[in-house]
Design a protein around this ligand. Sequence first.
Ligand code: NAD
Length: 374
Amino acid sequence: MTDIFDPSDEFGPARIIQVREPSVGLRATVIIDNVALGPAIGGLRIASAGSTADGCRLARTMTLKSAAADLPHGGGVAMLHPAPGSPENACRQHRVRALACALRSEDQFIFAPDMGSGETAMAWIRDENGRAVGLPRELGGIALSRIGAAGWGLYHATEVALRYCGFKLEDARVVIQGFGTVGQNTARYLVENGAVVVGIADSGGTLHHPRGLDIAELVAIKAKGGSVVDSSEGERLAPDAAVDLDCDIWIPAAGSDVITPDNAARLKARLVVEAADASLAPAAERYLHEKGIICVPDFIANAGGLIGAAMECRGANKTQVLSAIKEKIRRNTEKVLQSVETDGTLPREAAVRLAMKPIVKAMSYRRWSGLSAD
Ligand code: NAD
């Protein structure tokens, strides 16, 4: 018999909640990983169904992200699985609202935007159970996706990492896989600071231009519901072709496990900055490390959205948020890569060591590790 507590360890998950509401086609899995530092913030992922094990990995990433950024929060994830037979978006609002209702008494879980969800979904959740961050301006939010909190942090992580790679951002060739909230803002900040984005992929395909793509034009196409390959400029390729493009920096900003041992050897970049959570399979990460390619781990590089969300609900303004993201992400990237340089450790191992310290300490003060403190 399979162990229902697999995968888990002494740090979590504290709770795995399956939610089903047939009247609106809702099937969701909510995972609360660790709450020693405070209530878990978890992204609402509305994407193709991931397994519970995938969810546990994403929830742990959020725990580590919060801890590394000194936030008084734990980590979690909410995965809203596609409703079989019902058209995508058909009753998306009903499903999100029903999920929020189901979690009304779960005071250790706060929803945040993630793949497939944004400010509007957070507003619906706030209306149903009061526990959501990343809200629209009218509800006290600071428009995290429009200011590009995650992208701003990714730009700073990239900038710091380049000191360890021996080349500069100016004229560096970048490929971005995934062109949603995170991919678009990352592209914008990198180009504003001298990089050249030569390839972008979304679920419709990959667009490639060795002299650089027009980010503003592609953002406008996406805003109208199109794909990057609808642009009249550049060469159109399959979505997966982004892995093969010649570049200096490769940024995964779509789903999980996009680089695996099967395709890692195809990457041409000298630096990988993980915008998407769990985008590198562990074996691929080790392979890239052994080849001398620096990989900045997800929970260090992409913490900007979470830092912004945690500060937003405590009344911080845009200037304070951008400054905190810059300071925390530059500091953590530097610490991790210094460790890698000194003792040759895998960046993720150095990052986990950094993040685990406050969690272990906080757990030592608690009677229960998984239960609410009240
Ligand atoms: P999003 O839904 O806004 O965008 C996802 C993008 O990925 C879309 O452009 C989609 O077309 C593309 N995509 C999907 N499948 C693809 C494929 N096979 N090949 C190429 N592109 C593909 O999502 P987002 O909010 O930008 O999040 C992207 C990633 O970043 C997720 O892994 C998320 O967990 C992570 N992340 C998000 C935030 C945030 O604040 N939204 C913060 C940190 C990390």
